[in-house]
Design a protein around this ligand. Sequence first.
Ligand code: HEM
Length: 410
Amino acid sequence: MSSLRSLGCLATRYGARQAVRPALTTNVRTSIIMRRTYATAPPPPPSTGNTGSNPLLWIGCISLGVAYTYYQKKRAEKIDHLVHLEQLENAKASDASKQEQEPKPKSKSEPGNATKKEPTNKPDDSKKTAPEKDINYQQVYNEIAELLDSNEDYDDGSYGPVLLRLAWHSSGTYNVEDGSGGSNGGTMRFRAEAEHSANNGLQIARDLLEKHIKPKFPELSYGDMYTLGGVVAIQELGGPDIKWKPGRRDQGENKCTPDGRLPDGSKKVDHVRDVFYRMGFNDREIVALVGGHALGRCHLDRSGYDGPWQEAPTFFSNEYYKAITSREWVKRDLPNGLWQWVDKANPEVMMLPIEITMLEDEKLKPYFELYAKDTAVFFEDFANAFKKLIELGVPFTGKEKEYVFERLNM
Ligand code: HEM
């Protein structure tokens, strides 16, 4: 079942990519496919059926092979150039079409609109603690899981990655020193936090939950809803089980944290440590958590970066570590003045500047290599670190039930 699902994910991805890049001409697309096929293995010289007793024939075949390889290399360079030009064009043109793909902004009086100052919906201001609420959390899980593939035109065909990013960004503001931030208050529903530049694009995930989940489970707090969305994404896209407890209680706008608490991809490894040590994580946990980049992609119109971290962005695996540790990364300038690393063999795949500085850090590097080799260790470490992340600062009473949700798909 799971391998079927992963094949499905890959298929969806390639289908969806064609849909979101309509401007890429058929010729260029065909060439890219041909280039992928031959990039590392040039075709063998044509066989005559004669097993090679004639030396002239051999010389001819070898010359043909060399000429063909040279031709493919030149052709690949030309295609890279063409694709780059097309990407620049697409980036300009895609703003309009992306707005169409994204859920339409709601009117100011409607719930779900994070552009106004009030909570997006009635906050969970009941005096009930989580154990006293009558919520079937497996049902909530199932309803979110049903949404993941509900729009095949969205991105790579799944809302999972953007839901995982929402869970992480709503938790990753925590400060262990003073207990501020974290997933507890559900404060990203306020404009003051929603508009932090690191949160660009997350309105898609918040709106999805607001529209389809909140009305069915009005007692569900925003913090519980946002974090549960991340758990669903990880499990349904093939990641480890994540134990999850309810208990986050909505808080007011005054609890929004100041901008700048989430990591900035253009910075260096010391910035990563500042951000994650502030939350109480150690080096091993930092490397495990960044493996969340197995899922999803960067978007020019959200972060300013462009592309997925490996070729299967709707399948949770240790492929991220394999990619970062084994591929040859070259710098590529972006049209907005930023730059990123791209895989020399497949420039659609990228790494953020900060990630390569993490890989180069002598204390972090061994964990990248460990997780590249061992999926089971990565899954275990990721599950523990992610559970810790989404529970930072949550005032559990000790009576909450801990769930390991049954999966719908994987
Ligand atoms: C050094 C730490 C990190 C940095 C600098 C970073 C930066 C970024 C950036 C720039 C994007 C692209 C956003 C966009 O353009 O849509 C992104 C996407 C994403 N991040 Fe991170 N991130 C970090 C850690 C994490 C962690 C800890 C997780 C989860 C455990 C995570 C999960 C994701 C996911 C799933 C996406 C894809 C979202 C989508 O496809 O819509 N990231 N991240």
